[in-house]
Design a protein around this ligand. Sequence first.
Ligand SMILES: NC(=O)c1ccc[n+]([C@@H]2O[C@H](COP(=O)([O-])OP(=O)(O)OC[C@H]3O[C@@H](n4cnc5c(N)ncnc54)[C@H](O)[C@@H]3O)[C@@H](O)[C@H]2O)c1
Length: 356
Amino acid sequence: MSFSISGFLMADKQTGNGDICMVTKPPPTPSPLRFSKFFQPTMRILVTGGAGFIGSHLVDRLMENEMNEVIVADNYFTGSKDNLKKWIGHPRFELIRHDVTEPLLIEVDQIYHLACPASPIFYKYNPVKTIKTNVIGTLNMLGLAKRVGARILLTSTSEVYGDPLVHPQDESYWGNVNPIGVRSCYDEGKRVAETLMFDYHRQHGIEIRVARIFNTYGPRMNIDDGRVVSNFIAQAGRGEPLTVQAPGTQTRSFCYVSDMVDGLIRLMEGENTGPINIGNPGEFTMLELAETVMELINPDVEIITVDNTPDDPRQRRPDITKAKELLGWEPKVTLRDGLPLMEEDFRLRLGNPRMN
Ligand SMILES: NC(=O)c1ccc[n+]([C@@H]2O[C@H](COP(=O)([O-])OP(=O)(O)OC[C@H]3O[C@@H](n4cnc5c(N)ncnc54)[C@H](O)[C@@H]3O)[C@@H](O)[C@H]2O)c1
């Protein structure tokens, strides 16, 4: 049975295995400041993990809108104040050193919840902390969203599909994930984070948005962070061999960060909870990527094969039909256009002369 109260779906359902029930409540009342005589023209937006790679580009875009006040909460584990230096001291910007595994009591209208190390080197460094960040961190942010009536967006990941048995992956695929592997702190952590988002939505009416992000690249990635694009560009910049993990035929899709930020903002502003895949469907083998980096950045380096890490997915490509239909979004920047922009940033940070 389902019926509607003021536009919100109330559904009461018995599932096949006897489990109850999906109830979607209206969202909690937003702060009275939104609607009263104290109405404030600005939108207060919290970005957790805003000192990181994607987060700092998101902050740049949000700050372009003069109606936005942006608050970043970050523990600087993998992020850096450097990424936000142009905003420090700006009257519409605030930076808080904060670990999301602790509660945060502030007044905001929207929460972009990105805080979580994304590179295997960092998320495997302290896997228990990674799980805590995903689970306790997301609980804390949902608690905040509930208290202040804010809309919250989670940056989940294509890793929720694990080593996928369907290709390309659309959002209805439940995944093929090892629950006890070395990557599980991240994959399973994000899966629980998604579960928490939807449970808070059903049980408490929180307005949620869930993005499933596929590999993203661009300026401000950590150099040598173990992600394949940053590895290859740093290696090419230093004149070192490009290390392709065996067998080299495994594929990934790479989305330029400006496209990613555009997709996240459209998701937040739109009417769909998701989960929605956001990524670039162009698919490359690791060997093809290495050859492209070599051609565009440093033709003098060689390509060598090294051992692979456990549970490395063989194939990864987003089906972005939903993003196209529901968000009117698709990526614009090709790999050949994006790689040189990233190389420029890496070259400046490494202090290298131009190679090509
Ligand atoms: N970059 C990608 O290709 C990719 C792919 C899929 C999903 N994602 C997701 O997007 C988000 C951002 O990824 P990114 O590539 O910018 O990573 P990043 O490591 O550059 O940024 C993560 C930020 O979160 C901060 N952080 C980590 N743990 C925290 C904690 N406990 N409390 C507060 N801050 C904390 C870090 O200091 C950093 O600033 C992550 O949630 C990640 O899982 C990224």
